[in-house]
Design a protein around this ligand. Structure first.
Ligand code: NI
Length: 223
């Protein structure tokens, strides 16, 4: 399942993120790639110890926590701090799969991958994110501030940039619910309950459905 969460970053968060990007010095992106990915990864990346990296990670982490849609879709157990990548003309990230386990302060099982677009699609040509999962092939070029969430198990690529500059944050999520089909069913049930709550807030079935949701989550969750 591929989900686009529009405007994860609002205008003020996006302006702060872009100011941080403008003041940062990028290095080679291959430092964090696995062996297979390193052979196809051509991009720039903010060093993990740069103050701008830490500030962007905090800003993005706060936006993720505040997003009802992200929490509902990902059911995050832990989120790997974002890597901040820049693509300039001639750069690309060929077809690859992400490592199953990411190592930060402790190992994280990558169930979901996410790309947060930090600048507008009009600012570059090429650079679409191409994702091939069990639902078929899709390409995405989000608006500035949009988050794309997709299975970390999928084969994916960043198509070559031919003009301008593409700035993104990429991150991984270990979910409370490991199995993608269960996660999807819970997400769809939660979306239906939220929609019902808006349209018929006094409906007594909401309480019953909310109970069902939590009982299913209780059965599926790994802590
Ligand atoms: Ni990847």
């Amino acid at each position: 399942m591929l989900i686009v969460i529009p405007r994860l970053l609002d205008d003020s968060a996006l302006a702060r993120a872009q100011a941080l990007l403008d003041s940062a010095s990028f290095g080679d992106g291959r430092v964090t790639a696995g062996m297979l990915a390193a052979s196809v990864k051509q991009n720039l990346q903010l060093p993990s110890d740069a103050p701008q990296t830490r500030a962007l990670q905090a800003l993005i982490g706060a936006a993720l926590e505040a997003s009802v849609d992200f929490v509902s879709a990902a059911l995050p157990r832990r989120v790997h701090p974002a890597l901040i990548n820049r693509y300039l003309p001639g750069m690309a990230f060929g077809a690859h799969v992400d490592n199953a386990i990411r190592f930060d302060d402790m190992p994280l099982r990558a169930d979901l991958a996410a790309t947060l677009f930090l600048n507008a699609p009009e600012h570059y040509d090429g650079g679409a994110l191409a994702i091939d999962d069990s639902y078929g092939a899709r390409t995405v070029k989000g608006n500035a501030g949009d988050l794309v969430l997709y299975p970390a198990s999928s084969i994916h690529a960043v198509q070559p940039i031919t003009r301008g500059r593409r700035d993104v944050a990429v991150l991984w999520v270990q979910s409370l619910v490991r199995e993608a089909g269960q996660r999807r069913a819970l997400y769809e049930l939660d979306c239906a309950i939220r929609s019902l709550r808006e349209r018929a807030p006094k409906s007594p079935e909401i309480l019953s459905l909310t109970g069902v949701y939590h009982n299913l989550l209780r059965a599926a969750a790994e802590l």
